[in-house]
Design a protein around this ligand. Structure first.
Ligand code: CTP
Length: 407
């Protein structure tokens, strides 16, 4: 079989201190077989020099339009790209792109590109929140470009706040999602979605808890895919040790009660809520504030349990935001009362959600695995089987089904 030509990626780099992190993004692309052309601005070269970009990309690097003019680089690079990703995008670069300025190779490339474009901004909070930047970001998003929300955290100086570049690996993952969607527009732009992920823990004492095997991988894949489709994403994460997906606001919770509070708060403004988390159904009625010791007489303690709130049923019945699409997951094994799909159909009706993603977990097949296989049941009677594939691929199908039901 003929080998497919490598996908062509333009990595734009503008002049911020986070330019050094773009080296990591470049490495991820080249190691994954992409053909990368780095287009830095002159200011970016003050932070990281051309030899670094040339060595890592295996190609010559230029910031201006006067090098190799006979090859018309100011037009050719943008025209022939499959994806342009700008890391970091400064306030100045966003302003130029929003207003169509073209005074160097990167701004020319952005004007000639007809492929998907991703900006990963990094700047101080004041610059990100300035009305000029806010308007420029809105303009770029309205044109179908993806502008990743910066992360919160330590900035260049001693200050902290919003404006930090997300994790380079996660920028790469998001960019690959955008590239895979090709010409499809980011169809969640302007939408707020809430995704829950992981498993809650209910403490018996300061060191012991009741928990479950949920890894959080499916919820994180959903959050990542939604961000790549342009959504404002709130990820309610219960006891997950995965890096924060790029462009996603992560709220960390421990127990089912904390998860419920975070999800209910998010659902007030959300266009969609996806409950991929596995909340513990029960908690110890009493939690000891000291470690429970073994009894001298060898007797074992009895743990009394209290049922936790059902978060999915609560938000489905409250419908805080009419028109929002609510999605649940059902991990079923089937039993003497019914098959996997029979039990799932009853659960869909009982919970009152719009879509139920059903996993057959006989044998613990799904937990911690990068893959998944599911059937999506809809309250409107539709049914869609999703063949075995990555959790990222299942996430895309779930968002397709959500988008089809948004008002
Ligand atoms: N769920 C929830 N709150 C709970 C338990 C579950 O919101 N306390 C959500 C899960 O996030 C998932 C869906 O409900 O989206 C189904 O989870 P599952 O564990 O299959 O359902 P249960 O209600 O626990 O049903 P079962 O009686 O089969 O244990």
């Amino acid at each position: 079989m003929a080998q497919q030509p490598a996908r062509r990626v333009v990595l734009g780099v503008s002049g911020g201190i986070a330019a050094y992190k773009a080296c990591e993004v470049l490495r991820r692309f080249t190691e994954s077989g992409y053909d990368v052309t780095v287009v830095p601005t002159a200011a970016a070269l003050e932070f990281v020099g051309a030899p670094t970009w040339a060595a890592l990309s295996g190609k010559p690097v230029s910031a201006d339009v006067w090098t190799d003019v006979h090859q018309v680089p100011h037009v050719r690079i943008g025209q022939s790209a499959d994806l342009v990703v700008v890391v970091p995008a400064t306030a100045d670069l966003l302003a130029k792109a929003a207003h169509g300025l073209a005074d160097d190779l990167l701004s020319n490339t952005l004007l000639t590109a007809r492929c998907p474009v991703v900006f990963a901004p990094a700047m101080h909070t004041e610059m990100w929140e300035h009305p000029a930047t806010v308007a420029n970001v809105a303009t770029l998003r309205s044109r179908g470009l993806v502008v990743v929300e910066p992360a919160e955290g330590r900035l260049t100086g001693k200050d902290t706040g919003k404006g930090r570049l997300p994790d380079p690996d996660e920028i790469f993952e998001l960019a690959v999602h955008v590239l895979a969607r090709g010409a499809a527009a980011p169809d969640l732009t302007g939408r707020h979605v809430v995704v829950s992920a992981g498993g809650t823990r209910e403490y018996l004492d300061p060191v012991r808890f009741l928990g479950n095997r949920s890894s959080g991988l499916q919820g994180y894949a959903l959050a990542r895919a939604a961000a790549a489709r342009g959504a404002e994403v709130t990820l309610v994460s219960a006891n997950v040790s995965l890096p924060d997906p790029a462009g996603v606001t992560v709220t960390r919770v421990g127990t089912t009660a904390e998860l419920r509070d975070a999800v209910v708060a998010g659902a007030a403004t959300a266009d969609a809520v996806v409950m991929a988390a596995a909340p513990a159904d029960f908690r110890p009625t009493a939690t000891s504030d000291h470690k429970i010791k073994k009894a001298a007489d060898g007797s074992s303690p009895t743990i009394e349990l209290t049922q936790n709130p059902d978060v999915l049923a609560t938000i489905s019945h409250d419908r805080a935001r009419p028109g929002a699409v609510i999605v649940g997951f059902a991990a079923e094994t089937g039993d003497e009362t019914g098959s996997v799909l029979e039990l799932a159909t009853a659960k869909l009706a009982r919970k009152g959600c719009d879509l139920l993603v059903v996993n057959d977990v006989s044998g613990g097949a799904v937990f911690g695995s990068p893959d998944n296989e599911a059937v999506i049941l809809a309250a409107d009677g539709a049914r869609r089987a999703v063949p075995h594939g990555s959790k990222g691929a299942l996430a895309e199908v779930i968002w397709d089904e959500v988008v089809a039901r948004l008002d």
